[in-house]
Ligand binder design. Sequence first.
Ligand code: ZN
Length: 229
Amino acid sequence: MIKLTPILLAILYAVAMYRVSVWRTGRELDSKSTELADPKLKRLTDRLAVALDLARIPVYIYEIDPVNGLAAPDGRIFITRGFYRKFQNGDVTGEELSSVIAHELGHVALGHSRRRMIDFSGQNALRTALMMILGRFIPFVGAWIANILTTLLAAGLSRSDEYEADAYAAALLTKAGIGVEPQKSLFRKLDALTQQRAGMAPAWLMSHPKTEQRIAALEKLEARWTAPS
Ligand SMILES: [Zn+2]
């Protein structure tokens, strides 16, 4: 029992950290967001809602500048003010913005947003727990291995999440009659934006795999869906 105590403490610490960060994120989002009321976008999100058999899909504006979309652990979808401004300026079309909403819906539907919370805020706790466990069996090197394992796990998880959310969005957009094209054109636009301002990649793109690979994955899906059976 005594030998297990540090491990139990590490697990308790991880659970507590997770709870606190979910609560903190929720509070931050509540204080800096309002529900989006844009007739043109609503027409598009209503089409997604019909495809999903839902009454409507509420989307919230998060009052920050970086171009980003996010899915909160409670399942709410947020578009940043910066991203919405790009739509208002005509840099991004409504269909393209709805592809972001579809992608974030994918993260919610597939349960990624909760897991991601663990990625972001529980990584340290996981590292601590692994260090304690590994450190018992492999002195000195254990901590180093724990570090690498945690980083690899987090990176691998988030990359596969992105491809899964893209595929979900592609299916949903196809069903809603919007199609996959806006998804691809948005990737290209955001990529061009990144080239223009070297090192100033839009946040939404930064947390995601390489644009070309994402477009290629979408085209593979399209080919499969349109192939005669
Ligand atoms: Zn994503």
